[in-house]
Design a protein around this ligand. Structure first.
Ligand code: PMP
Length: 382
């Protein structure tokens, strides 16, 4: 299998699997029991919090509440914000993941004022529009750190400074699911104005079903799940010790980001792609983006169909969203960037990881070139 869809999920490393195993076998005990210090079941959570604090340079391990992943963390931010409020102004970007966009739409239905800040043709949030939207009554701003499709990096530090200047009381949340473990994050440095940050372990070689929310000291969220009082009363339910052990290991390994090696691979890929298919359009190619991501379109091609055809040959890549049938609207990210449907429909996302190799990208390029010249079903019907 040639796997080039690492923005969807990544392969757990051998060390991650090894770290999880004892908590599925001999050390299966309850982390909240008074005996946990003796059984060792309290260790994974402690180590995961410490590893995340080191990875993101957070003030302290206690800043982290663990959840099932970023979807849950994002939903929690919105449900907590809405609790005890009947109205308020909330700002999101036009290209948020559904786990932010949908809760925001839910708040709109409940009577909150939701302002969607547009992005430019490269997918970068329009800062002048954000500045205008930041009225004094703004309660929450949620803008993603890195887009899952294009990999575009939003100017988190600048956005944070703008919020502090114009709306000091507003909460600043960033969905950093695609950023954590891929680019350096410094919560006491240039990201010091971020109050809440969501992440998922499986995006950086950890297990699925575990992630969390960073909550800056001094900020309080309403509890998400009531029950036995785990996660300091914020998210009850028996602690997932194997997943936390995996997260701790993945977060430690992610400190060595291998940024340059992955960026080099992506750049080699794009120059070879443009050599083979000069008509290909690389999205967000001229702005800062994740080093592992290349999102491109071949005009007239149905990206979804090509991806399915490649999967049958054991090559896995991503797409924005299916749209050739007209039944699905296509990639909201590309639409928000003003990319015409004919180009957006040909979108394919290649996302590398530390396990990706030049040999793999060559196989992919050899496979895709003839398919784009002679598409599987003769091109895109629009
Ligand atoms: N936000 C972004 C930007 C994502 O890419 C994803 C995963 N595709 C999520 C949130 C949700 O993450 P999870 O499925 O791990 O909850």
């Amino acid at each position: 299998m040639i796997y080039l869809d690492n923005n969807a999920t990544t392969q757990p490393t051998a060390r991650v699997v090894e770290a999880m195993l004892p908590f599925l076998t001999e050390c299966y005990f309850n982390a909240s029991a008074s005996t946990a210090a003796f059984t060792g079941a309290d260790k994974p959570r402690r180590e995961a919090a410490a590893a995340m604090a080191r990875l993101l340079n957070a003030e302290e391990p206690d800043c982290f509440t663990f959840t099932s992943g970023a979807t849950e963390s994002n939903n929690w931010v919105f449900s907590s914000f809405a609790r005890g409020r009947k109205a308020g102004r909330v700002i999101v970007s036009a290209i948020e993941h559904a786990s932010v966009a949908e809760p925001a739409a839910g708040l709109a239905r409940a009577g909150f004022e939701i302002v969607e800040v547009p992005v430019d043709s490269q997918g970068v949030v329009r800062l002048e529009a954000l500045r205008e939207a930041l009225r004094e009554d703004t309660g929450l701003v949620s803008i993603m750190a890195a887009n899952n499709e294009t990999g575009v990096l939003e100017p988190v530090a600048e956005i944070g400074r703008m919020i502090r200047e114009l709306c000091p009381a507003a909460l600043f949340h960033t969905d950093a699911t695609q950023a954590v473990g891929k680019i350096p994050v410094d919560l006491q440095g240039d990201w010091q104005d971020v109050d809440l940050l969501s992440f998922s372990a499986h995006k950086f070689h950890g297990p699925k079903g575990i992630g969390g929310l960073y909550i800056r000291p001094g900020f309080e969220l309403e509890p998400m799940i009531l029950g036995g009082g785990q996660e300091r009363g914020l998210r009850s339910g028996t602690t997932n010790t194997p997943a936390l052990a995996g997260l701790a290991s993945a977060a430690s390994e992610a400190r060595d980001l291998k940024l340059q090696a992955i960026r080099d691979l992506r750049d080699i890929f794009e120059s070879r792609l443009l050599h083979e298919l000069p008509e290909a359009v690389i999205h967000s190619g001229s702005v800062p983006r994740l080093p592992n991501t290349s999102y491109f379109s071949v005009p007239g091609i149905d990206g979804e169909e090509i991806a399915e055809d490649l999967a049958a040959s054991c090559i896995i890549v991503g797409t924005g969203a299916a749209c050739s049938s007209g039944a699905i609207e296509g990639s909201k990210t590309l639409r928000s960037m003003g990319i015409p449907h004919t180009i957006a429909a040909g979108g394919l996302r290649v996302s590398f990881s530390r396990f990706s190799t030049i040999a793999q990208l060559d196989v992919f390029l050899k496979a895709i070139t003839p398919r784009c010249v002679h598409p599987p079903t003769g091109g895109l019907a629009i």
